[in-house]
Design a protein around this ligand. Structure first.
Ligand code: SAJ
Length: 425
C-alpha cells in the first residue's frame, strides 16, 4: 500500500518519515517547493532532534518521496495548519482554509477503497466538514456521511499529540485516539497506525477525537494559567511562588505546573480558542485561562520597567539611555531553538522598541538574531551579558542558564520569570 502525507511540516514530515522507516511506500505532499526539494535530497527544512537521520534513511532507501501535488495512494493523512482568524467581531475563529485546499487538491486522485485521515488539530465538526468538501469534489464516489459503512471512502480523525523536541519518539510511543466516521473507518485507520505506533490505538467518534485533542491542550493551558496567576499574586504578597509551589506539591493530590513569561508554541495558545469560539457562553474557565496566559508577557514588561525605574532612583546620575538590559532566552520553551509564538521573543521585542539604552540577548540555541523587530539588540555570550547588564530578565530556563548563581547575576534588578534565580535569593 502507498500512504500519502499531505503537509510536510512539524507533524507531517516526521509522520511520513517514521511510516517510511517501517518499509512502507510514502509520498509526502507539500505546496512548498523548497521543502519538497530539500526532502528529496534527504535533508530536512525544520528543526527536530533525530528527524534528519530518519528522513535521510527513508529517502535513501527509496521509501519516502516528496511532491508538490497529490498522487494516487491508498491512504491520505492530512497534517496541515489550523490557525485562527478574526471574523464578525470574534477574534479567534478556527480557520479551516488549509484543510479545505488540501481536500480539494487530493479529491481528484481519490479512488474507491481509499482512507482519508485528518490529523490537524481541529474544531469539533471539522472532519465532517472535510468529508463534505471531498464529497462535493467527487460526486462519483460515496462517502460515510451519506452511505455509512457502504461508502467508497473511509474517513477518520486522529489528532497528533507529539511534543516538539520529542516528536520522533512520541510518534511511536504515544497512545492514539482514532475517531472514525463509522466503525469501519476507525478499523481502517487503526490498521494504518499499527504500522508504526507502539502505544495503544483507542477508537471513538470523529467528534469526540476532535474534542479530546482540544481538551488535552486546554487542560495544560488552564493549569499553566493557574501557575501564572499564582506568580502574580505571590509577587504582590512578597512570597516566593517557586517555594510556594514546591511546598504545595508535597500534598499527594496537588501538582501545580511552573509559571513562566506566558504560553508560547503553536498549539496550547491556539487550541483552547477552538472550544471557546464554538461554546462562548459555557467555556468561561478556558477563556479566562487564555486571557491570563496571554496577559503574562505585559506583566513581565511592566516588571522590567519597574526595575529600570528602581535602578535609576538608586543611580541618580544616570538616565534610561545608560541602562543596559539583558534578556536570557528567546525560545518558546527550554532547550529548543524554536522562536515562533514565543512570549520571550515578544517581551524582548517590546523592550527593544521602548528602551532607549542597550538591550543584550542571550540565546545559546541560535547563531544569529532573527530579522524583524529586535532592532539593534545584540546577541551575546551568557557571561558577557552577566557582566555588562544593569537589569537582567530570565525568560527561558535553558540548561546553561541554570548554572548562573545569584552572586554571578548580582542580586539587584533581576526579573526571574522561570525561577532560575529566585530560589537562591
Ligand atoms: N509552559 C509553562 N509552564 C509549564 C509548562 C509549559 O509556562 O509548566 C509553557 C512553555 O514554556 C511553552 C508553553 O507552555 O511556552 C507550551 O509548552 P508545552 O511543553 O506545554 O507544550 P507544546 O506546545 O510544546 O506541545 C503541546 C503538547 N500538549 C500537551 O502536553 C497537552 C503536545 O503533546 C501536543 O502534541 C502539542 O502541544 C500539539 O501539537 O498540540
Amino acid at each position: 500500500d502507498t500512504i500519502s502525507v499531505i503537509g510536510l511540516g512539524y507533524i507531517g514530515l516526521p509522520t511520513a518519515a517514521v511510516i517510511a522507516s517501517r518499509r512502507q511506500r510514502v509520498i509526502g505532499v507539500d505546496v512548498n517547493q523548497h521543502a519538497v526539494d530539500t526532502i528529496n535530497r534527504g535533508d530536512i527544512h525544520i528543526v527536530e532532534p533525530e528527524l534528519d537521520i530518519v528522513v535521510h534513511a527513508a529517502v535513501r532507501e527509496g521509501y519516502l518521496r516528496a511532491a508538490t501535488s497529490p498522487e494516487p495512494a491508498d491512504a491520505f493523512l492530512i497534517a496541515v495548519p489550523t490557525p485562527f482568524k478574526a471574523e464578525n467581531g470574534n477574534s479567534h475563529v478556527p480557520d479551516l482554509t488549509y484543510i479545505k485546499s488540501a481536500s480539494q487538491s487530493l479529491a481528484p486522485v481519490l479512488k474507491a477503497g481509499d482512507l482519508v485521515i485528518l490529523e490537524s488539530t481541529s474544531p469539533v465538526g471539522a472532519t465532517e466538514q472535510m468529508a463534505a468538501w471531498l464529497a462535493e469534489a467527487r460526486p462519483d464516489l460515496t462517502f460515510p456521511q451519506t452511505h455509512g459503512e457502504e461508502s467508497d471512502i473511509r474517513i477518520a480523525h486522529c489528532p497528533e499529540r507529539v511534543l516538539p523536541g520529542h516528536v520522533v519518539r512520541e510518534l511511536v510511543e504515544n497512545d492514539r485516539v482514532i475517531g472514525g466516521m463509522t466503525a469501519k473507518c476507525s478499523a481502517a485507520a487503526t490498521a494504518l497506525y499499527q504500522i508504526f505506533v507502539e502505544g495503544e490505538c483507542i477508537t471513538t467518534t470523529a467528534r469526540t477525537a476532535e474534542m479530546a485533542k482540544l481538551t488535552e491542550n486546554s487542560f495544560r493551558d488552564v493549569n499553566i494559567a493557574f501557575a501564572n496567576e499564582l506568580s502574580i499574586i505571590c509577587d504582590k504578597l512578597d512570597i516566593s511562588v517557586w517555594e510556594l509551589i514546591r511546598l504545595s506539591n508535597r500534598h499527594p493530590r496537588v501538582n501545580i505546573l511552573q509559571p513562566g513569561p506566558g504560553v508560547g508554541g503553536h498549539c496550547i495558545a491556539v487550541d483552547p480558542w477552538f472550544i471557546v469560539s464554538e461554546t462562548p457562553d459555557e467555556a468561561r474557565l478556558i477563556r479566562t485561562a487564555r486571557e491570563v496566559n496571554d496577559g503574562k508577557p505585559q506583566w513581565v514588561i511592566d516588571k522590567v520597567n519597574e526595575a529600570v525605574g528602581k535602578f535609576l532612583s538608586a543611580n541618580p546620575d544616570k538616565t534610561a539611555r545608560d541602562v543596559t538590559i539583558a534578556c536570557f532566552g528567546l525560545a518558546f520553551k527550554p532547550d529548543i531553538d524554536d522562536l515562533r509564538e514565543s512570549p520571550a521573543l515578544k517581551i524582548t521585542e517590546s523592550i527593544v522598541a521602548k528602551h532607549p539604552g542597550k538591550t543584550l540577548v542571550v540565546e545559546p540555541n541560535i547563531a544569529e538574531l532573527p530579522v524583524g523587530k529586535l532592532g539593534d539588540a545584540q546577541l551575546v555570550d551568557m557571561n558577557d551579558a552577566l557582566g555588562a547588564a544593569d537589569v537582567k530578565v530570565m525568560l527561558v530556563d535553558h540548561k546553561p542558564f541554570k548554572t548562573i548563581t545569584v552572586n554571578d547575576a548580582g542580586r539587584d534588578y533581576l526579573i526571574d520569570t522561570r525561577g532560575v534565580w529566585a530560589e537562591k535569593t
